[in-house]
Design a protein around this ligand. Structure first.
Ligand SMILES: Nc1nc2c(ncn2[C@@H]2O[C@H](COP(=O)(O)OP(=O)(O)OP(=O)(O)O)[C@@H](O)[C@H]2O)c(=O)[nH]1
Ligand SMILES: [Mg+2]
Length: 373
């Protein structure tokens, strides 16, 4: 770390490869809500305009700042990084909660109800999403804003759809940087929604303080279908749709999940992930869920675990970006681009050992082959 701004910005990826790969950044107009929206003539804003706008909680400028973060245009990326450096000292003040679950589990319904509960209690809630497959749905798993009609119109809430489809790393980077903007703007609760599919769940779990997994009661054998990894990520499991005829089934499922969790070693010495039930539709169980999240926050803060978790997340994130960028540079290296298929063929047919192939690849990339030095 040099402490000066310029070197920090030198690491930008000029082509946006390995990071922001957005086909069509969402227009700010479609995704902002709130009281300070102005019918802006779209003049160019300086870094300082963005920083001041965000700090003043100007939602229109905040939206534009997020668009800069999502852009693959190099000058936008430079501007965004400079802005983020200035916003960072003002960030970090929110509780960051990830919310995951299979399609149809009720994520949108839950966030609408839960978000409203929180804004009614005086919180400022930002809802973001990570959905790398979102091109399918036109840019967003939060496209179904009808399910969040009240929250969308709530002046204490800010809903931002997932960045358009791109590589998961790029989508996740934009979301992380958007979190900085939302926190600097004073949102004290961030809800990060993700689809219940392996990799994006892991990504989101690694950018939040608390990872909540919504589940459904099934036919009694749900534990067979549950992905093992998800139990390791979850800070809490909530069985949704515990209403009407389904209520009893939900209770039984909750007990089964609790038993399964019991067999696992908890990620934190101070927290055993609880299992609750709720009905997002009937607004039942939401208070208990929030109580658990705040209990978790207090306990882990008390033991210094939140700040440590965040520090580790930042470091892991940096390395994962380094890996992405290096792999990208390697695969697109002019000397390698053409020869990689041949090398792969030689390895698969047994004409070349993988170790020797690695040597060839590294040498072509300009690095030393350890076997030859
Ligand atoms: N009975 C009942 N139905 C619910 C509840 N929560 C959601 N639903 C219904 O379940 C369906 C799916 O809800 P969504 O909120 O769209 O689910 P989602 O997880 O956001 O789905 P995707 O956006 O497709 O991933 C809708 O028909 C909801 O009305 C609940 O608590 N009880
Ligand atoms: Mg949804």
């Amino acid at each position: 770390m040099t402490g000066t701004r310029k070197p920090a910005l030198e690491g930008l990826d000029p082509e946006g490869s390995g990071s922001a790969l957005f086909i069509d950044p969402p227009a700010p107009k479609a995704s902002s809500s709130g009281p300070k929206k102005r019918p802006t003539a779209r003049r160019e804003l300086s870094v300082e305009d963005y920083v001041q706008g965000v700090l003043n909680k100007d939602l229109a400028i905040m939206s534009r700042a997020i668009t800069m973060v999502e852009s693959r245009n190099l000058s936008h990326q430079l501007l965004a990084q400079e802005m983020l450096l200035k916003l960072l000292p003002h960030a970090g003040g929110a509780k960051r909660v990830g919310i995951s679950g299979v399609p149809g589990v009720g994520k949108s319904t839950f966030i609408e109800a839960f978000g409203r509960k929180l804004t009614n209690e005086g919180h400022h809630v930002a809802v973001l999403a990570v959905d790398p497959s979102s091109s399918r749905t036109g840019g967003s798993i939060l496209g179904d804003k009808t399910r969040m009609a009240k929250l969308s119109a709530d002046p204490k809430a800010f809903i931002r759809p997932s960045p358009s489809a791109g590589r998961l790393g790029g989508v996740a980077r934009a979301t992380r940087e958007t979190m900085v903007i939302c926190e600097a703007a004073g949102f004290d609760i961030l809800l990060i929604e993700t689809v219940g599919t392996g990799q994006s769940e892991t990504m989101v779990a690694d950018m939040v303080d608390f990872f909540l997994v919504l589940m459904l009661a099934g036919s009694g054998d749900e534990l067979q279908g549950i992905k093992k990894g998800i139990l390791e990520l979850a800070d809490m499991i909530v069985v949704n749709k515990a209403d009407g005829d389904n209520e009893r089934k939900a209770q039984i499922a909750a007990r089964d999940y609790a038993n399964a969790l019991h067999l696992m070693t908890a990620a934190s010495a101070h927290w055993n992930p609880p299992v609750l039930t709720c009905s997002a539709m009937k607004h039942k169980g939401l208070d208990d869920i929030w109580d658990k999240i705040t209990d978790h926050w207090s306990l882990l803060t008390e033991h210094g675990e939140i700040s440590e978790k965040r520090q580790q997340q930042q470091i892991r994130w940096m390395w994962s970006m380094v890996e992405d960028r290096l792999m990208d540079a390697l695969k697109h290296h002019p000397k390698l681009h053409a020869s990689l298929p041949e090398i792969e063929k030689a390895v698969s047919s047994g004409h070349l050992t993988p170790t020797l192939a690695v040597g060839q690849i590294l040498t072509a990339f300009g690095l030393n082959d350890p076997l030859k030095t």
